[in-house]
Ligand binder design. Sequence first.
Ligand SMILES: [Zn+2]
Length: 406
Amino acid sequence: MHREIPAARPGNRERVVELLRTRGALSRADIARLLDVSRATVSNVVAVLQAAGLLVESGSTGSGAQQRRGRPGSLLTLNPSAGAVVGIDFGHTHVRVIVADLAHTVLAEHVRTLERDHDARDALRMASVLAREALAAADVAQGKVIGVGAGLPGPINTRTGAIGSSSIGPSWVGLRPADELGTLLGLPVIVDNVGNLGALAEVTWGAGRGAQVAVYIKLDAGVGAGFVLGGRLYRGACGTAAEFGHMTIDPAGPICRCGNRGCLETFVSVPALLDQLGSRHDGARTAQDMVRSALDGDRAGVRVLADAGQRIGAAVAIICNLVNPDRVIIGGELSAAYDILVPSLRTALERDALPFASAQVTVCRGQLGDRAVALGSVAAVLHSTSGFLRRSRPDGPGAEQNAAMR
Ligand SMILES: [Zn+2]
């Protein structure tokens, strides 16, 4: 596969830095192959970047998200001490913050519970406090942070930065969280939808690695998705692409939080499934309760989850006909019920999609679990190019590496 070379091709130095920034650790041979340049060119560029302190060499086993066993040759990463990234995940009932270095290693991770009907500004303030605590725990000075990424469960208008109506809760609608968080933290902030960020994380470090066209489906209190086409997130004209949960599947169905009727989310979100179990199922208060008892053989739980798989599969078939992915990744809380959901999902997918499209696609479970969105927020900053070299500072104290991303 040939990498698309943009018309204004950046210099080899920038191209090598960009590759390591988005991929983590790579050997010189990997870099030569991915950039389609000679080994000698790569060696020269690497020597210059090493002398500038921007790049370091690690052992052949590597570290962090890019660990590969048995591969000969040392691995190169961006100098971990050249900067750090903060990734934030706003859920319906939690805030998660991850601090990672430029070598793709997680340095600290903090999670805190939110009230279900929380006020948006309180959640943003909590996230800023949590980010400062995580930076202190990682021993990273604020000046070392090259950017903050944040994921929100709602459509974000990329032209205005405002959150749309089918969001996490009424207090978030119309808010510009990148501006608000940027003011609270005094740092540049990128905000995106949680479906997009989960997709980006799985493609960078998880079940979507190597996919040409990856579709990530996030099954939680809300139902979302993210499309990664040729390694890049597809956001559409104004950022609301892949609003999978708001596909109308029954025009006479229940009213959705987006204001429409019969959206997929009204049938297969966690609250919808718990409602379907109703009073029959006193014990099932959460997705974990429901999935655990279904996996233990509870017939009603199995039926509700299998029916959800069928509805999701019919919707995935439409996506397969339109987008022709080679990978569909099932993430979110309900991915714990993968073994119940996915057989009926596959049956509906094979029944409804064009045979060419369904034969091409591998359905698999996400590998990053409940960290996917926070890691995707980190990836979004690492993938954003503007001012990276200018903002990264190779002269600071090294931060301690403790937990790899996978
Ligand atoms: Zn809807």
